[in-house]
Design a protein around this ligand. Structure first.
Ligand code: B12
Ligand code: SF4
Ligand code: SF4
Length: 254
């Protein structure tokens, strides 16, 4: 069954698939698995290699490519969960790639996911941690995104990657425009966000605070500025990333 599931996903165009036991998923900061799916026994983690659009200095091109891969991730996750339910009588739940997220203060306003795909990828033998705190896949490298399906069927777990894939070249640390990777093993999230999501919730709140304090005539002008239009575009895209540096400069697998 495991080989058939993997073959199906690879046939869809997914780059790699790994399996982990629910008990092998160890992500101390995110909620326990049974708050999502009490009967979950296996994690099926899919890896998707991002193409070179993430290298572009034109952030519309980089984000356009990201939106495409996210669409593909969603459709692959949907199809695989459907196969598990239809062919194997399993219960299957797909985990969103990044959002919707829990934007309560307990989840640091969206900075702690309901589930950690990186920890799942590690448990499923799909890679090891890099200095940039991202998971590096043995052949696909660092430019890889993950999505996970939880299921109640039991499938044998894949062995962990024991090899150290990060060479410690420090390129990711040196290229980070926000100096968010200075401390080993920790991404300083606010320093990252200023660069990676300049039109995110922080910028949105700042705009609307200024707006309510502005006389009506000038409010109209504020709505015709590039600042407002960028916020508007980012809000319908979802998250609009403006930095991919640590992810794209990593030489592993390029
Ligand atoms: C919230 C979030 C963010 C936040 C916070 C990131 C963070 N530090 O956790 C912000 C907005 C800053 C962010 C930025 C980015 N993100 Co992001 N993000 C997420 C999200 C939605 C949840 C992550 C989460 O819950 N973190 C909180 C908990 C789990 O983290 P943690 O336990 O504290 O673990 C951290 C450290 O302790 C450390 N760590 C833990 N154990 C160990 C062990 C060792 C040995 C080491 C070295 C480190 C280490 O690594 C973690 C990173 O800080 C996930 C999707 C998901 N649901 O998993 C994507 C996700 C992590 N993001 C991803 C990416 C690609 C990015 C960006 C490159 C942005 C972009 N342009 O795409 C940057 C990279 C920033 C970086 N170098 O860390 C990918 C990572 C893929 C990969 N190859 O690993 C994910 C998995 C999305 C996906 N579905 O593929 N992200
Ligand atoms: S996404 Fe950009 S700002 Fe965030 S940690 Fe990576 S290089 Fe730094
Ligand atoms: S850029 Fe260099 S230091 Fe950073 S994760 Fe990749 S190999 Fe490791």
């Amino acid at each position: 069954m495991k080989q058939n599931i993997k073959a199906y996903a690879l046939e869809l165009g997914v780059d790699d698939v790994g399996f982990a036991a629910a008990a092998g998923y160890d992500s101390p900061l995110t909620p326990a698995l049974d708050t999502i799916f009490p009967g979950a026994r296996t994690l099926i983690v899919m890896a998707f290699r991002e193409a070179s659009h993430c290298e572009s200095e034109n952030m519309r091109i980089a984000m356009g490519g990201r939106l495409a891969i996210m669409d593909f991730m969603k459709s692959s996750s949907y199809k695989l969960s459907h196969l598990l339910e239809r062919e194997y009588g399993a219960k299957a739940m797909m985990i969103p790639m990044s959002y919707p997220s829990d934007i309560s203060p307990e989840a640091k306003f969206g900075l702690i996911g309901d589930f950690s795909h990186r920890h799942a990828a590690i448990a499923a033998g799909l890679g090891s941690w890099g200095r940039h705190n991202l998971v590096i896949h043995p052949t696909l490298g660092a430019r890889v995104l993950f999505s996970t399906i939880l299921t109640d069927i039991e499938l044998a777990a894949d062995p962990p990657v024991t090899q150290e894939l990060c060479t410690g070249c420090n390129l990711c640390v040196e290229s980070c425009p926000g100096n968010a990777l200075a401390s080993e093993g920790k991404t300083e999230q606010m320093k990252c966000l200023v660069h990676s999501q300049p039109y995110g919730i922080g910028a949105n709140i700042r705009f609307w605070k200024r707006f309510v304090d502005t006389p009506p005539e000038d409010q109209k002008k504020m709505l015709a500025t590039p600042e407002y239009m960028r916020l508007y575009q980012a809000s319908f895209i979802g998250y609009q990333y403006h930095c991919f540096k640590c992810y794209s400069v990593c030489p592993i697998g390029r």
